[in-house]
Design a protein around this ligand. Structure first.
Ligand code: NAG
Length: 224
């Protein structure tokens, strides 16, 4: 009876060890969430930077982000092959694009919306920089581009809960429509806010066929 009891106990222990194994792997380093300083979310602490010029792609609206809190993530990703797949190029600054250069050049500007108007709307009471955002994940997009047949890869921090950013875009939409713009061409909600971390050869965009949304998540990120 005693032997039987200890045998059952041993079997139970073996069984639980086997069952526990896959779970333990899940919590190994591979899938550990990346921790980011929560100060990265306090964008009101850094100034709004207007982007305007006479060249194509030089006019856009962005939420400035303190690169100091993004740099450690860049360093981690760039030195972890399973994340960055090699070393990456950094721009040395961080931002969330709110109005894309292509949206401005191709849609808003032809309707008579000026970059000065967009900047004024963004900087009134420091409104854009005070936007609340949260971190969704580390995202990665890869594609062999049609234009040059080259492998391209870009890593970014995908955002969530960005109602304030949508609100700004909705106000831009109102101004655009008021000026006679075609509502079919600008969708305030159709927008994938992210902070670019780095890339392989060049950054890639919707025009290259990649979507930087939740679909691109490869690792959890938490702010602490
Ligand atoms: C890593 O990068 C190379 C090109 O530099 C690419 O061919 C390969 O598919 C990538 N692998 C992964 C796992 O991302």
């Amino acid at each position: 009876m005693r032997i039987a009891t200890s045998l059952i106990a041993t079997l139970a222990l073996v069984a639980s060890t086997v069952l526990a194994a896959p779970n333990d792997n899940k919590h190994g380093n591979q899938n550990k969430a990346i921790v980011m300083n929560k100060k990265v979310l306090q964008t009101s602490k850094v100034p709004f930077i207007p982007h305007s010029g006479t060249d194509l792609f030089s006019n856009w609206v962005g939420l400035n982000v303190d690169f100091k809190y993004v740099k450690p993530v860049f360093d981690l990703v760039s030195s972890t092959p399973s994340l960055g797949n090699g070393t990456l190029i950094s721009r040395g600054e961080a931002h969330v694009t709110i109005i894309l250069p292509t949206e401005y050049d191709q849609i808003l500007k032809p309707a008579g919306v000026t970059i000065q108007e967009l900047n004024a709307m963004a900087s009134r009471k420091n409104r854009l920089q005070r936007s609340r955002i949260r971190l969704e994940c580390l995202g990665r997009v890869q594609v062999v581009t049609k234009s040059d047949g080259e492998f391209q890869q870009s890593l970014q921090i995908i955002l969530k809960d960005y109602k304030d950013l949508i609100r700004y875009r909705k106000e831009v939409f109102k101004l655009y429509v008021k000026k006679g713009g075609n509502p079919a061409l600008f969708a305030p909600d159709n927008f994938q806010p992210h902070i670019t971390i780095g890339f392989k050869n060049r950054d890639i965009f919707i025009e290259d066929g990649v979507y930087k949304g939740k679909n691109a998540c490869i690792q959890k990120i938490v702010s602490k």
